[in-house]
Structure formats: structure tokens, C-alpha cells
Design a protein around this ligand. Structure first.
Ligand code: SF4
Ligand code: SF4
Length: 428
């Protein structure tokens, strides 16, 4: 009989599950429970199913997989939970178990593997794919595909609308660069540039460098950095996530920097939990802890450091959508709000239910498009109601989703990262 392969990294213990006392206080904070009112699609219900599967009382069936797949891994339930249930750990372990023990349909398996194992870990392949997509977008093929209805016939129309615009120049060319601080140096930071962000959010990465340098930071963009592994970890593909973590830990020497900064909340949350990918007896664990100690979201870092650059007034009403992995994953709530309020002329208005996921959630908007669009529709209704001209957020995935939402629902609102708004306010 074949021996079952052990799931590597941190494994939740029985007490991690039984910390859930079934109080139900998380239910109304769970986007999928709010949508469907089904216990099986609530945090409490999912934890119960995990326990039953672990104990062998429930088979690891397609039904179980479906309820776990439908979870956004937004971790809103963690923030709401008075018992301190660390749901993120539990769902990621459940997904790793599904990856090991469950055979998904052929097409799903192939596309997941292609994207998560064969594309994201390889910068050269990301650049090559992006160049092809750029041809599709710039040479009229996109307009043709949209116009002929072929995308709709293939059931890909909604997913295609979420495709980000490919940059004219990729940020890969900046890897290995060092950008000096303006004026007296206050800090030396390393920028984590992301993976797909190198071909779709180059301008955001450049804005991040400009805002950091304007505020007295020397910014180093280490060469040989890779995808953070968040999407692989969230999908339960732990070996890929571990491999990427090892490579990033080798590329960023924590002792050389005051902080390792990212503008992507989804990446930041994983960088701060690299130690979860290794068990305490593995040698990488100690290095992952040292790495984690230096990881900071750019808004968190700037708010801690304090803005030094002079800012010009921006006459705009701005609202803010919390990125789940910043608010619930990293517990950073005030920093982005404080930075927006620090810009003269900005009128900041709270977005009702800003703590509820916009439906982006990594690749959720592609794998669970219907649920994602329902959440987005709800989000845009409240965003429109704020009367804000600009919706700010703190994660590239949320930016793409909210931009698509503003377009689909015709709200006419601009969607920007907090650092892009700060960059606009810089005097030079
Ligand atoms: S709030 Fe926490 S303890 Fe209560 S049901 Fe939800 S996960 Fe369980
Ligand atoms: S992570 Fe989000 S979607 Fe999943 S159970 Fe928790 S609140 Fe619900």
C-alpha cells in the first residue's frame, strides 16, 4: 500500500478547530453566508466539515470540496471571532489536503497547474505570456473577440473583462535597481515587486518607489525575487509556495533592510506568514521568522515612519475599500485611512461594509465568477452611495476587481491604490 504523503509546513492541531464554540458571531461577517444563508457555506459550518473529514466521519467528497472552494479565504471571520479561531490556517490546510487526496476534473486540474505551478513561479514565462496578451489587447483582437460573441459562447466573457491591461514597459527591467532617498536618508527598504504586477502594475510599483524615496527612504529592488506564493498557498499547493518562499528568503537579506515593503496586501499577508509554510524543525523556519519580522505593507510602513514629503492639495472625495488580507490578514486598518486623511483637500468618507470582500480574492473572481460578481454588485452599490470620485484600496487584485465593477455598474469612479493618490499629491 502506498504511504500517504505528509502535508508539509504548519499543521493545525485538534484545539485549533475546537476553539470554535459555535457562537455564530462570525456568520454575518462571512460574505458567502451573507449571499446564500447556508450553514455549510459559513465559517462555523466549514470548520465543522473539516473536523468531520479529519475524523473520517465525512468523506472528502465533491460536496466538501465545493464548500471549501467557495470560501474566499478573506478571513473576515477571524476578525469577528471572539474565540480567536485562526480560520486562515484551517482553510489552507483543508485545501492542501484536498490537493493531496482529491482528484479534480481534468480541465480544472490542468488549468490550475498551468497557472499556479507552471506560470507564476517563472518570471520569463510571465513576461512571454504578457507579450502575447498585449498583442491580443493592442492589435484589435480583444475588440473582435468581444464583438463576435465568441467569448460569451465559450463562457469566458465575464472572466475576460477582468483581464488587466498589460503594461507598455514591464517592471522586470527595474529589478536589481537602487533608488536613492530624497534628502536625508531615514530608512533603507527592499521593495517586493510581485509577479503579475511586474507586467500589469508597473506604474503602481514606480509610484511606490517615488512615494518612498520622497519620504526619505532608499529603495532597493532585489534581483532574483519571485512570486510570493500566496495564490499557491491559498490553493493548497504547498510545495510550490514553499519553494517560492525559499527563493524569496534567499533574495531578501532581512539584516540589510529596515523593512521589506509591498504594495500588495495579498502578498504581504503571505510574506508575514512564511513561517507557516515550514514546520519549526525545518531549518527554513528560523529564516522565515526573520523575514516575517521585516515584512510591511507600504501603507503600514509609511504611516509608522510619518510622511515627510510636502503634499499639494487634491480636491477630491475619497472612500476606501479595505483589502481583506490587509485588514483581516494583517490587522492593518487605520494606516491607509490616516495616509488619505493626511492629504490636504481630500475629503475622506467611509464606505459602508468596507470590511466585506469585493469578490476578488486571488483567483476567486475567475474560479467562482458568479459569486464574485454578486459581491461586486453589492460593493459598487455602496461605493456609488458615498458620492466619492475616487475609491482607494491597497491591493492590485482589489484594484482590478473594483475597476471592473466601476465600469460594469457605470459608477464613473476612479479606483486607485493609496500610494497612487499620495504620488499625485507629491509636489514634484
Ligand atoms: S465566531 Fe468564532 S467561535 Fe463563533 S462560530 Fe464563528 S468561528 Fe466559531
Ligand atoms: S474566510 Fe471569508 S468566506 Fe471564508 S469562511 Fe471566513 S468569512 Fe467566510
Amino acid at each position: 500500500m502506498a504511504t500517504q504523503q505528509t502535508i508539509p509546513g504548519m499543521i493545525p492541531v485538534y484545539e485549533d478547530y475546537t476553539r470554535c464554540v459555535h457562537c455564530g458571531l462570525c456568520l454575518n461577517h462571512c460574505p458567502t453566508y451573507r449571499l446564500w444563508q447556508l450553514e455549510a457555506d459559513s465559517p462555523r459550518g466549514r470548520i465543522r466539515q473539516m473536523i468531520l473529514v479529519n475524523e473520517g466521519q465525512l468523506p472528502l467528497s465533491s460536496g466538501f470540496v465545493d464548500h471549501i472552494d467557495k470560501c474566499l479565504d478573506c478571513r473576515s471571520c477571524e476578525t469577528a471571532c471572539p474565540s480567536g479561531v485562526e480560520y486562515g490556517k484551517l482553510v489552507e490546510h483543508a485545501r492542501a489536503r484536498i490537493e493531496r487526496d482529491y482528484r479534480r476534473p481534468w480541465l480544472t486540474r490542468v488549468t490550475r497547474n498551468l497557472f499556479l505551478k507552471d506560470l507564476l513561479p517563472f518570471p520569463g514565462r510571465i513576461a512571454a505570456t504578457a507579450k502575447l496578451l498585449r498583442v491580443y489587447q493592442r492589435w484589435g483582437l480583444q475588440a473582435m473577440a468581444r464583438g463576435t460573441g465568441i467569448l460569451r459562447a465559450m463562457g469566458l466573457a465575464e472572466q475576460e473583462r477582468l483581464l488587466p491591461r498589460i503594461d507598455d514597459e514591464f517592471f522586470f527591467s527595474k529589478l536589481g535597481g537602487t533608488f536613492p532617498a530624497a534628502g536625508e536618508r531615514r530608512a533603507r527598504v527592499a521593495l517586493f515587486a510581485g509577479c503579475i504586477a511586474n507586467v500589469t502594475f508597473s506604474k503602481l510599483n514606480e509610484a511606490t518607489i517615488r512615494v518612498l524615496t520622497a519620504n526619505g527612504c532608499e529603495v532597493v529592488v532585489p534581483d532574483q525575487q519571485f512570486c510570493c506564493g500566496a495564490l499557491a498557498a491559498h490553493a493548497g499547493i504547498r510545495e510550490t509556495a514553499r519553494d517560492l518562499a525559499r527563493r524569496n528568503i534567499a533574495a531578501f537579506e532581512p539584516g540589510d533592510f529596515d523593512a521589506i515593503v509591498t504594495n500588495a496586501a495579498g502578498c504581504g499577508s503571505t510574506l508575514k506568514e512564511y513561517d507557516h509554510l515550514f514546520s519549526p524543525n525545518e531549518e527554513e523556519h528560523t529564516k522565515a521568522v526573520a523575514f516575517r519580522e521585516k515584512a510591511r505593507d507600504v501603507t503600514e510602513f509609511l504611516a509608522e515612519l510619518g510622511l515627510r514629503a510636502k503634499l499639494k492639495p487634491l480636491a477630491m472625495r475619497v472612500t476606501y475599500q479595505d483589502s481583506c488580507h490587509l485588514l483581516h490578514g494583517q490587522k492593518v486598518r487605520e494606516a491607509p485611512r490616516d495616509l488619505l486623511r493626511a492629504i490636504p483637500g481630500v475629503e475622506f468618507v467611509e464606505l459602508p461594509y468596507s470590511d466585506i470582500c469585493c469578490g476578488s480574492a486571488g483567483i476567486y473572481n475567475v474560479t467562482e465568477t458568479e459569486a464574485s460578481l454578486e459581491l461586486l454588485g453589492e460593493k459598487m452599490k455602496y461605493a456609488k452611495g458615498t458620492g466619492a470620485q475616487v475609491i482607494a484600496t491597497a491591493n492590485p487584485g482589489c484594484l482590478l476587481q473594483m475597476r471592473a465593477g466601476a465600469e460594469m455598474h457605470g459608477t464613473g469612479q476612479e479606483v486607485l491604490h493609496v500610494v497612487e493618490i499620495l504620488e499625485r499629491a507629491l509636489l514634484t
